[in-house]
Design a protein. Sequence first.
Length: 242
Amino acid sequence: MVVVNDSFARKFWPAGDALGQRLRLAGDPRWWAVVGVVGDVREFGLDADVRPTMYFPLDQLPTNTLTLVVRSQAPAREVLRGAQHVLSAIDPRLPAYQMRSPSEALSASLAQRRFALKLLQGFAALALMLAGLGLYGVLAYAVTQRTREIGVRMALGARPAQALALVARESAAAVGAGLLLGSAGALASARFFAGLLFGVGPADPLALLAAVLVLGAISSAATLVPAQRAALVDPAVALRAE
């Protein structure tokens, strides 16, 4: 008897049911009947392709190592101690190692990947902060340089709201073009990070939208705050500004 996984069944019996089929291993004269099909398991890593796998009964095909999986509602530490006690009662010479809960095993297998992602998150946050500071500084300086222009418009009868709308439109056009180019660059470079992810795509629309909203909010503050200050200044003072 043998149990195969879904990948094995799809590969060797794509057009039919694997149950009841017979197979033979190279160099083994025995025939094995497929008695069950189980789901695929990413045994060799989340980023590795699932391999066609066969599971044999231990008494028919013994091995030097054995993995014991215990399901229980009790706390993990109690289950581990109980499993150790049962194994010792069966054979005190039987070595037991790497005894851990499924969550601990999963955490250990993902430790290196999580470290790389945390490092990337830190650099991404730093890059976003620097981009925000640079964007705020450039836009604020550009709007401040237009204080004299705003004063002229105010002296000719423009209202503060009109001056603010003019500066906001021009700044929004420049910032919008920059955000579009940046988003296109982010999508183009996302494929380089695909190897660090599993179960999700490298182009996360929520993360991209969050970055656009943050930079958009920064650009709005950098544009409207200096423009509002300039619009509230006395036109005579604004005209004398250098």
